[in-house]
Design a protein around this ligand. Structure first.
Ligand SMILES: [Fe+2]
Ligand SMILES: [Fe+2]
Length: 198
């Protein structure tokens, strides 16, 4: 259950988002649907989160900071240096009013699609990966991730995607958000725990 009619969401998103963002969101939704089917996850929350995940992607930096303040979203120094990161959490906060009754799992996946989190649900991981590998994406490492789909667990795919993001941040000399560090450490902890169990 997503709490939102798919066609209504699609129409509202089409009207709200610039065409390029909407095209990416539709592709992310389709990719999230495919990944859900591959990994045996309820597809509807991930698909809707994919469709709406960049609801605030076109909002300018100053407005994102203002809206984050209004919504009581905590901000780190890195958020203020790279305010576009806030589009995930601000988008989730605003969608709660746009679509009353929207599922918490949908909002959660939207809020976590930029930085991840130390605790990722299956839907969160699917939306994170779908955002990176939808067919319109041309980033480094993307082809390798696409080829990994279905060859291991969803967590393995997500951890490879997260590592690729982490590498790119380091290679391009960008700041690491504290949530990125915590998320990466939690991935390492889980990998270590799985090695010990096996
Ligand atoms: Fe985004
Ligand atoms: Fe995106």
């Amino acid at each position: 259950m997503t709490g939102v009619d798919w066609q209504t969401a699609q129409e509202v998103a089409r009207q709200q988002m610039p065409v390029g963002v909407f095209t990416h969101c539709e592709a992310t939704a389709n990719c999230a649907l495919e990944l859900s089917l591959v990994y045996g996850v309820d597809p509807e929350p991930a698909r809707l989160a994919g469709l709406l995940h960049d609801w605030c992607r076109a909002v300018d930096d100053a407005t994102l900071i203002l809206r984050a303040t209004e919504h009581g979203i905590p901000m780190d120094a890195v958020d203020l240096m790279a305010p576009h990161l806030l589009h995930a959490q601000v988008g989730a906060a605003e969608l709660r009013s746009v679509f009353p009754g929207i599922g918490e799992g949908v909002l959660r996946a939207i809020a976590k699609h930029t930085l991840g989190s130390p605790e990722m649900t299956d839907a969160d991981m699917i939306v994170y990966v779908a955002d990176m590998i939808e067919p319109g994406r041309r980033c480094t490492h993307v082809q390798g991730l696409r080829e990994s789909v279905g060859k291991g667990t969803l967590f393995e795919l997500y951890s490879a995607a997260y590592a690729a993001t982490f590498f790119e941040l380091v290679e391009t000399r960008r700041h690491l958000h504290p949530v990125t560090v915590d998320s990466w450490n939690s991935i390492v902890d889980r990998i270590s725990a799985e090695v010990i169990r096996s």
